[in-house]
Design a protein around this ligand. Sequence first.
Ligand code: GLP
Length: 252
Amino acid sequence: MEKLYYGYNGNIKVGIFGSYEALSEAAAEFIAARMKAKPDIILGLATGSSPVGIYDALTRMYEAGELDFSAVRSFNLDEYYPLPPENDQSYRYFMNKNLFDRVNIDKANTRVPSGVAADVEKECAEYDAALAAAGGADVQVLGIGGNGHIGFNEPDGFFTAATHKVALTENTIKANARFFASEEEVPRFAVTMGMGAIMSAKSIVLVANGEAKAQAVASMLTGGVDPLCPASILQLHPDVNVFIDEPAAKLL
Ligand code: GLP
């Protein structure tokens, strides 16, 4: 059962769904409609467990012959640092496994920030320049951290515009330890798109499920724009589409 809630700035549309599968399917349908309208779409993509359902649904649509990724280009939000792309905990590895290896996208058209660049500042500047040259993402997929982070833009006293290297918070290291053999193995840094690139996307699709995200979702939508909840910057974006389940919507 879907309910719609409109954020106070009118630009945020929130769909509340009965299950993770339902919200993932709806988010995938939103993206698929944009892909059909623009086959050479620029997709901004995200990792974490939340968007896996979107990638499964997009793969099903591709297998059914409804979607063509051959002209699609993509830019991922972030990557652990230091972590090489062949490491099975890297976000490059995650994207290959969960989407790129399952559809007919040309991997040469997919970008993930490098987790091994010797000159990180240069890598970040080149990443922003390439995304800007492509005109920004048409659709940017986002998850949200329990602390309100998007990409790896962690709570702070300010928003950072450019793609940058960031020290992960204890909270994020703990939250992501479930993907690693132990907490010690979680990289302490990441390279993440900044808010400039995220906000330059024409449309945002944000997915969240489970009660652990309820506070972050409520702060994002109703707490005022505050860098202590990085996702709250989306209140200033003209087209945000939030797909959540009932537990994640509990505090709305
Ligand atoms: C990770 C990623 C984010 C993601 C978030 C939530 O650290 N950098 O892009 O949205 O944390 O992850 P999950 O969807 O697994 O809860």
